[in-house]
Design a protein around this ligand. Structure first.
Ligand SMILES: Nc1ncnc2c1ncn2[C@@H]1O[C@H](COP(=O)(O)OP(=O)(O)OP(=O)(O)O)[C@@H](O)[C@H]1O
Ligand SMILES: [Mg+2]
Length: 246
C-alpha cells in the first residue's frame, strides 16, 4: 500500500527556532519552537513583556524574525513578498484588546469595509456581513455607531469583522483585556463557538479565571522562550505537577 503524504496534517502554524531582536537591542524572543495543528485552541500566557505580542506581530508579518522560520497556512512568511501581504492577512482574523473600529462608520460598514476595499459586489458584501453579524449576535445593531455600543458589543463587531473573510485562523491579542468579567466570558464563548466551527484560535491573554476554567492548550512564554506547553493547561503551572518533578 502506498501511503500518500498527508499534507493536511501539517501544522497550521509553525515557529522554527525563532529569535526576535528589536533595533534597540531588546531580545524579545529566543529560540521559539511552536507547532499549532489545524483546529487547535491555544492560549498564550505569560508575564508582561514576555514576548506574546511579539509572537503575534511576527505571525501577521508586521515584524520579521531575526533568526528562524515561521510557516503559517502552508506559507513561509520569510519568503513572502510585500505585495502578497494583504492577501495573506485576509486569511487571518485579527482581534485586539482595543477593538480598533472606525468611529465614523456604522457597525455594518465597519464589517463591510475590508470587502468594499476589495471591490466586492454589494450582494456578496451583504451576505457576508449579515452572516458575520449573525454569528456574533449583533444583527439588530448594524446601523449603530461604535460609540453607541458597550465594550462587549464593540468587541463583537471586531470579531464579526475578523470573520468576514471566513478565516481558518483567528489570532487575538488580549481580546478581553478591556472587558468586565461577565462580558469577557461571553466573548470567550464566542471564540469557543468559532473554534468548534473549525477555525484555529491563538489567543494571548492575562485572564487567569478563563484559562483555568476552560482547560485548553496553554503555551506559557517567559523571557522570550516557551516555558511550558500543556494540552489541558492552567494559567499558572500546576503546582502538583511541578512538585512531582522536583
Ligand atoms: N517595537 C519594539 N521595540 C523594542 N522593544 C520592543 C518592541 N516591542 C516590544 N518590545 C520589547 O520586547 C519585549 C516583549 O514585548 P511584548 O510586547 O511582546 O510582550 P507581551 O508578552 O505582549 O507583554 P504584555 O503582556 O504586557 O502585552 C519587551 O521587553 C518589550 O519591551
Ligand atoms: Mg502584549
Amino acid at each position: 500500500m502506498v501511503i500518500a503524504p498527508d499534507f493536511e496534517s501539517r501544522p497550521l502554524i509553525s515557529f522554527q527556532h525563532v529569535w526576535k531582536r528589536y533595533p534597540n537591542g531588546t531580545e524579545a524572543l529566543r529560540e521559539i519552537e511552536l507547532q499549532v495543528p489545524d483546529g487547535d485552541f491555544v492560549f498564550l500566557v505569560g508575564p508582561s513583556g514576555a514576548g506574546k505580542s511579539s509572537m503575534i506581530r511576527l505571525l501577521i508579518r508586521e515584524e520579521k524574525p531575526t533568526k528562524g522560520k515561521i510557516f503559517v497556512l502552508g506559507m513561509e512568511l520569510g519568503r513572502m513578498k510585500r505585495r502578497q501581504l494583504p492577501h495573506y492577512r485576509r486569511k487571518i482574523g485579527l482581534v485586539f484588546q482595543d477593538f480598533k473600529l472606525l468611529p465614523r462608520m456604522t457597525v455594518y460598514e465597519n464589517v463591510a469595509f475590508a470587502l468594499r476595499v476589495l471591490g466586492e459586489h454589494n450582494r456578496v458584501i451583504k451576505e457576508s456581513v449579515d452572516d458575520s453579524l449573525e454569528t456574533v449576535g449583533l444583527a439588530e445593531k448594524q446601523l449603530k455607531y461604535p460609540r453607541e455600543l458597550s465594550g462587549g458589543e464593540q468587541q463583537r463587531v471586531a470579531i464579526a469583522r475578523a470573520l468576514v473573510h471566513r478565516p481558518r485562523l483567528i489570532v487575538a491579542d488580549e481580546p478581553t483585556g478591556n472587558l468586565d468579567p461577565a462580558t469577557a466570558w461571553e466573548i470567550m464563548q464566542l471564540f469557543l463557538r468559532i473554534n468548534a466551527a473549525g477555525a484555529t484560535v491563538l489567543m494571548a491573554t492575562h485572564n487567569r479565571e478563563i484559562v483555568d476554567l476552560l482547560r485548553r492548550r496553554v503555551v506559557a512564554i517567559e523571557g522570550g522562550q516557551v516555558a511550558r506547553d500543556n494540552q489541558a493547561g492552567r494559567y499558572h503551572e500546576d503546582l502538583a505537577a511541578s512538585a512531582l518533578r522536583a
